[in-house]
Structures are given as structure tokens and as C-alpha cells.
Design a protein around this ligand. Sequence first.
Ligand code: P6P
Length: 331
Amino acid sequence: MVTDTLKYAPRVGTAIDRFIAQDQINSKHAVGDLSQLLRDIVLASKIINREINKAGLTDIDSSTGVSNPQDEDQKRLDMIAHARFLRAFFKGKKVCALISEEAEDLILTGNNDAKYIVAIDPLDGSSNIDVNVSIGTIFSIYHRKSPIGSEPTVEDFLQKGEDQVAAGYVQYGSSTMLVYTTGRGVYGFTLEPSLGEYFLSHPIIKIPNEGSIYSVNDGYFNKFSPEIQSYIKYCHEQQFKARYIGSLVADFHRNMLKGGIYLYPPTKKHQLGKIRLMYESNALAFIAEQAGGQATDGQQRILQIDPTSIHQRSPLYIGSSKMVDHLTTFW
Ligand code: P6P
């Protein structure tokens, strides 16, 4: 994947709207559809951010009492976030279909003339909501494969991660950040809550080649393969810092800025690991590679995996390039 970083060096403090508009000017064939889609995501994220910030006061951090298609406890905020993105894509008219962690099947928006499809985890790490730990949205944007005007199908989504048009995440943390790439570098925007606007705070993010942070659920140590156990022992010997807060976006974001590696290996319970390919691994892998890092399932680049189903899982090893390379020498 060739990364031609943006032709202009946007200044820190640039409002995201202005950045999106300038990026469109720099994209030869852009007609504004992707710009509008990105604005729709920005708006939905601001509304979700507001809901999260008052979750403790309004009981929306409680469970719905049902499980999502992944058989995970679904929080009311999960459904609020899912509904907000759905509304943004329906009304924005730039998305013809989406897949979501919170929905078993493909969701058609009725905008059959739209050329984009979206894979999204509306609110990842929601088990952290009621303990006030960072949570996140993860999204991938692709061109549809089916003809404009036709009704999209699941086939539209069975594309390799390297075919993504754009990918990003929102981290609802001590501050709320939106980080995304359109294939020309990774840019981070921080929400200024008093203005309700995102401003460029991290232009052209690059992952340090090396790091001393490893993120893995050590509690599963006995369920990991001997190779992964050996690597974790290596991290202990190197006195690397163990940082794992059970929220992929937060762990990934920290490692991207400071250098480090996140591992979600296969376990006896999850033969392919727990992380979902289409709306978690692929998006973060695109970002990682654009930032000079790597992402693999242990056999191949995440972005080269040929998906066969919309909710499939993949082992995920992602972060600093040299750390990922070194990990793969353990098998
Ligand atoms: P475990 C959250 O459910 C998530 O998908 C990621 O955000 C997080 O890194 C991981 O699962 C945590 O999983 O099995 O360690 O609790």
C-alpha cells in the first residue's frame, strides 16, 4: 500500500471540516461523497460522546439484558451508538449498506445510489462503560462491489482490508479523539467540548519502530500456544511494561503514540481469537500500516486476509514494526 502523505502540511489546530475539505481538493477524483460520509461519522461521534459523558447519571451504561450477535452482554450505550451511526448513514445518503457488531445481518440504508459501504463497531470495550474506562468506535469504509443503483448484498463486504478507502476510530477517553486515514497518512483530531468541534492535534502520526509496551490478557496465559507463552516470557525478561485495559481502541492508541504491541492470540475457547476482522482488525491494521507499523494474524498481513463472513474473527498482533517482526520469530 503506497502512502503518499498529504500534499500539504495541515497546521495543528485546523478544524476537521476544513481538513476534510482540503483533503478532498487534494484527491483527484473526489466529488465530495467521502467528505460527507466522514462528516456524518464526526457528527454521530459527537452525539455519542455526549451520551457517554453523562452515562453514569442516566443509567444508559446498564445492560440491555440481551446479548449481541457475538454473544456478548449488550449495554444500552452499545445500542444507542449503533442507532446513532445508523441514523447518520441513513440520513447522510452516502452509504448504501453497513455491517455492525450489534447486528447479525447486513443493514440496507435504502440509499442504493450511494457508492460506499461501512463496517463498524459502534462502541468497542463497552464492558468498561460502567467503570469509566476509555471506550471506542472503530470503522472501515469501502467502495461497494455491486453496481450503483442495485441493492447491496453481503458479497459487497467480502473485501480484503487492503481495499479499504478509509478507516478510523474514535476514543472516548480523558479527551475524545478521532483518528483516521484515507490512505495518505494518519491524522488525529481532538474534540474541544466547549465548541463541539474537532481540531487537528496529531498531524501525520507515526508509530515508533520499537517499543517496550506489550498489551495482552495475561489471564489467558495457560490457554495460549507455547510460542505466545514464550514471547510473553521474553517480554517479562525484557522488563517491558504490561499495559492492557480491555479496550482495544485505548490500548492501540497508546501503543501507536508510544510504541508497543497489542496481542489477541487464539485461545482454546476462541480458536481464531476474539477480535473481529471486518470492523476491528482491518481498520486498525490500515491505520497501523499507514503509521509505519504492522498488523498480522500470525500467518499474513491482516490486510491480506480474504474474508468469508462478515463477523469472522482473526488473531491480532499489531503495533511497532520491529516488535511485530520479532514476535513472528517465535513460531
Ligand atoms: P478480553 C472488548 O470486548 C474487546 O473486543 C477489545 O476492546 C479488548 O481489547 C478485548 O475485547 C478484551 O478481551 O478477553 O481480554 O476481556
